[in-house]
Design a protein around this ligand. Sequence first.
Ligand SMILES: *[C@@H]1O[C@H](CO)[C@@H](O)[C@H](O)[C@H]1NC(C)=O
Ligand SMILES: *[C@@H]1O[C@H](CO)[C@@H](O)[C@H](O)[C@H]1NC(C)=O
Ligand SMILES: *[C@@H]1O[C@H](CO)[C@@H](O)[C@H](O)[C@H]1NC(C)=O
Ligand SMILES: *[C@@H]1O[C@H](CO)[C@@H](O)[C@H](O)[C@H]1NC(C)=O
Length: 213
Amino acid sequence: MTWIFLASLLLLSSLAETSYGGILLSSLPNTLDVAASPHQPDQFNTPNGTWYMSSNIKAGEDILGVRWSLNNRTFPVGTDAVYKTVTVKLCYAPTSQVGRPERKTEDDLDKDQTCQIEFYTGHYNRSSRWPYYESTLDGHVPAALYFLRAYANDSAGVVVAYGESTGPDRDYNIFEVDATEPTEASSGSRKTLDNICFGSFSALLLVGFFVAY
Ligand SMILES: *[C@@H]1O[C@H](CO)[C@@H](O)[C@H](O)[C@H]1NC(C)=O
Ligand SMILES: *[C@@H]1O[C@H](CO)[C@@H](O)[C@H](O)[C@H]1NC(C)=O
Ligand SMILES: *[C@@H]1O[C@H](CO)[C@@H](O)[C@H](O)[C@H]1NC(C)=O
Ligand SMILES: *[C@@H]1O[C@H](CO)[C@@H](O)[C@H](O)[C@H]1NC(C)=O
């Protein structure tokens, strides 16, 4: 009896595994051309061609620009008819994944850890060629090597296509984000915060001690 029960539990959990997997990246068409422009604040990209691509930018200070478009060399006009939104994320390049299981690449997008930092989400405009978005990076973006991935989702929010700012081996157009040096002021306030936390923690311990006895 127990044996049957255990066996059916096992069967159920394996079924659950297969039926609740996410969408596989390899099953999605790579229809979007994506270009990244990491650059300094005094460099301005222009519609007529000036396009900056620094290899290093500083989180919290420098600017990341991105533009995307349907790859109309391979895919017919109208391929993007159901695209409703575009979401661009920063993705760890292979070099920055080595020895880091928490950044591991998985084909199943529910498990994939490659692209964790959302950079942009907006309406997908079919009639706009190469829309452009730029922003400084949040100061907390980890120092690492990155590329960009754009997801095109349908009206139900389900991803139906994607594109990346690099090639299949993710080995070119990679850029580096350097951490911002902690300033005197911010490391000072951090220390105070740590002290307060530690203080409350010891107070709690004391209270616990008295309650216990
Ligand atoms: C490119 O366009 C910008 C404004 O969009 C203009 O200021 C600049 O002169 C143009 N450069 C060239 C080389 O045409
Ligand atoms: C394909 O895209 C290029 C620019 O990226 C544009 O000049 C051209 O008109 C497009 N072709 C079609 C058929 O839309
Ligand atoms: C889409 O892009 C076209 C061409 O750039 C522009 O005229 C139009 O206003 C845009 N539509 C929306 C909803 O942003
Ligand atoms: C689009 O799909 C991707 C992948 O599942 C997801 O990370 C993103 O949040 C979605 N964006 C929107 C606007 O639904």
